[in-house]
Design a protein around this ligand. Structure first.
Ligand code: NAP
Length: 629
């Protein structure tokens, strides 16, 4: 483990940078460098973060913070290797617990150790893999698959419908688009970046992905502007025939889908939609040349996309009318709009351990910490407002936030407070939403849309907004997984029919009976609803798939097909876990569950649980055939 980056440290620069350090991260670095247990004890134990607060000060008195900085300066510049180069197990858990100011369960140790690079994933197989792989999609997951296949020496090609990499980050160019997971977390574990802001905007996120693609020469292995029409398994040859929309045909031993869940715009079937005279479009299809200056605009929907669009266009438009079918719970982050200052970036570059510890703390605060509070307490007396005591406390915090932001506007407060429990729909981060609602040129209409005329949008309660432009922030076809690709397995049945309408399921969200040698990323039940970075999940899935391919190569296996009983058992456990969680709770709709009430999209477990489930592929879960080649 390196203490410092290869570039020589400049002491004066470091002194300045340390002034801007996140203190809980710094004290963890200090302990790792020195091994001196003093730094794990009071008065050097930071306080716990509240909510999504970065807790930069760590709750330290100024004189204590000075002592930590001075000791860190000595330790970093001493030239000595870390006293604890690769902490794992109980030692690591003790360090994480100290850094986050609360007790972290022991099962987190292995996952964190691997993310921090203190332990390593299994070395590549000695047996050469002579598989050919088609990866469908070059977004976050498809790029990752290509990188890891390359590392494993497995031949592959990526088919991408767009003209460049990035998937959703390539497509979504709407004003205000960006992450609402901190960028230092929304990055591949092996590809850190000096982000300019805590929450990267779309262009920077896309640039990051583009740079990663360049660094790994991915574009050489991606066929752009190539949309897949069908993939059909050929049992005789243990291979897939993949046909593109252009009619080209490829043969591959393995297909990995990386098409995401949020890439097919959902355009509601509103009467009159086609008759609107002006621009009318989905947020993911924002027109390049759109000029909103002084225009009267309707925004349909109040999800994560609308949350970003409205504040970004409110100053430009003449008037914006927001059609809100249901209000959203919204959290806030003190650093949402904050740039990451140069000193902090310098510290991250010059002291890689600091970057690692900063990321670990973010991961704890944004990932699994909230999961226990999303379990329904069957004895809870107010199930319509919350699902348990902690969830009720969240409700009070978020309610106070709305009341503060909309102070002086009781009309807007009443319209904006949801009547369902927090986290029932995907939580949003305030992007300036409430400030925008208060503007004179913004009207919040608490009605769905009933119809659209040539120059108007009519609400279900009769509100008529005369508008020049209609923005459909109406979400994605999240339950039509892999659609519109026609995927047919061993028996010739399409995966759509195998699943039934909008009811996708797969063992680990990755592998499906009757579909040998097909592996899904971002499959059913693997989106994160409780928080965290999807990239972590993608890394679990790709690690599992590559592990399985190595096992196949090492054992001369030509096909693996998930056993039906294994998948059924997994789905039973998945549904059972969901039945105790918030997203099956009544009182609200969300895009996680289908019309029958089954949660199709989100992971019911903690990330650490999924990490463990996908750590190694178990051949016993599969019907296996020897290679016939
Ligand atoms: P969404 O969360 O599915 O929201 C769709 C909105 O449209 C909802 O408010 C929905 O109302 C409304 N709606 C749908 N049909 C309607 C109709 N006929 N009339 C009136 N309203 C209608 O979609 P999204 O905002 O695009 O977000 C989808 C997901 O993409 C997010 O949850 C997130 O995972 C991801 N995303 C992330 C970011 C980010 O990182 N910041 C940004 C954008 C998107 P109801 O709630 O009543 O159904």
């Amino acid at each position: 483990m390196t203490v410092t980056a290869p570039t020589a440290l400049r002491r004066d620069r470091l002194v300045r940078a340390l002034d801007a350090a996140n203190m809980p991260s710094l004290v963890a670095v200090l302990y790792q460098l020195t091994g001196d247990r003093t730094w794990l004890q009071d008065p050097y134990r930071p306080t716990r973060s509240r909510g999504m607060d970065d807790n930069d000060g760590g709750g330290f008195a100024p004189e204590v913070a000075d002592i930590i900085r001075a000791a860190a300066l000595d330790a970093i510049t001493s030239g000595r290797p870390p006293a604890l180069p690769s902490p794992t197990g109980d030692d690591l858990v003790e360090m994480i617990s100290a850094a986050v100011g609360e007790s972290v369960p022991p099962e987190f140790a292995e996952m964190v150790a691997e993310d921090m690079g203190f332990t390593h994933a299994p070395a590549p197989t000695q047996t050469p893999c002579d598989f050919s792989v088609v990866v469908i999609g070059a977004g976050v997951s498809g790029m990752l698959a290509a990188i890891k296949l390359q590392e494993a020496g497995i031949e592959h090609i990526v088919l991408e419908k767009n003209s460049d990499v990035g998937g959703g980050w390539f497509e979504n160019t709407y004003p205000g688009a960006g992450v609402d997971t901190p960028s230092h977390l929304y990055s591949y574990s092996f590809a850190p970046r000096s982000w300019s802001t805590h929450f990267g905007k779309r262009d920077e996120v896309w640039q990051y992905l583009s740079d990663v693609a360049a660094e790994h020469d991915l574009r050489d292995r991606i066929r752009f502007d190539t949309e897949v029409d069908s993939a059909v398994y050929q049992p005789d040859t243990q291979s897939w025939t993949v046909t593109t929309m252009d009619g080209d045909t490829l043969t591959a031993d393995i297909v990995i889908t990386a098409t995401g869940q949020l890439n097919r715009p959902k355009v509601p079937n509103i009467p009159g939609l086609d008759a609107f005279d002006g621009p009318i479009f989905h947020t993911a299809e924002w027109p390049d040349d759109l000029d909103l200056q002084g225009k009267r605009v309707a925004i349909v929907g109040t999800g994560a996309s609308a949350m970003q669009v409205l504040p970004a266009i409110a100053e430009t438009v003449g008037h914006a009318t927001v059609f809100q079918r249901s209000p959203q719970w919204v959290a806030s982050s003190d650093v949402y709009f904050e740039p990451i200052d140069d000193d902090v970036s310098y510290l991250m570059e010059a002291v890689p351990l600091y970057r690692l510890w900063y990321r670990v703390r973010l991961a704890w605060n944004f990932n699994d910490r909230v999961h226990p509070s999303l379990q329904v307490d069957p004895d809870w007396e107010n199930p319509s407002r919350s699902i348990n005591a902690i969830n009720d406390a969240h409700r009070r915090v978020f309610t106070r936030y709305v009341e503060k932001e909309l102070d002086g506007r009781p009309d807007l407060i009443e319209k904006s407070l949801p009547d369902y429990p927090p986290f029932g729909k995907r939580m949003l981060l305030d992007n300036g939403w409430y400030a925008a609602l208060k503007r004179d040129n913004v009207t919040l209409v608490t009605e769905g849309v009933a119809s659209i005329g040539p120059d108007s949008v009519v609400g279900s309660g009769g509100h008529v907004a005369e508008v020049d432009v209609v923005i459909l922030a109406t979400g994605f076809e999240t339950h039509k997984l892999l659609s519109p690709i026609d995927i047919r397995g061993r028996s010739g049945v399409s995966i759509k029919d195998f699943w039934g309408p909008e009811d996708a399921h797969a063992h680990l969200g990755i592998t499906v009976p009757d579909f040998p040698n097909l592996f899904l990323t971002c499959g059913p039940g693997t989106v994160l609803g409780h928080g965290g970075s999807y990239i972590t999940i993608a890394e679990c899935q790709v690690r599992y798939i590559v592990d399985l391919l190595r096992t196949m190569a090492n054992n001369n296996i030509g096909s693996v097909e998930c056993k039906p009983e294994v998948e059924q058992d997994y789905v039973r456990r998945h549904d059972d876990a969901h039945s105790r969680m918030i997203w099956t709770h009544q009182g609200m709709d969300n895009w996680y569950r289908n019309d029958a009430g089954r949660v199709v999209s989100t992971l019911p477990w903690r990330i650490v649980d999924y990490w463990n489930m996908t750590r190694h592929a178990d051949l016993d879960d599969f019907d296996v055939e020897s290679a016939r080649r």
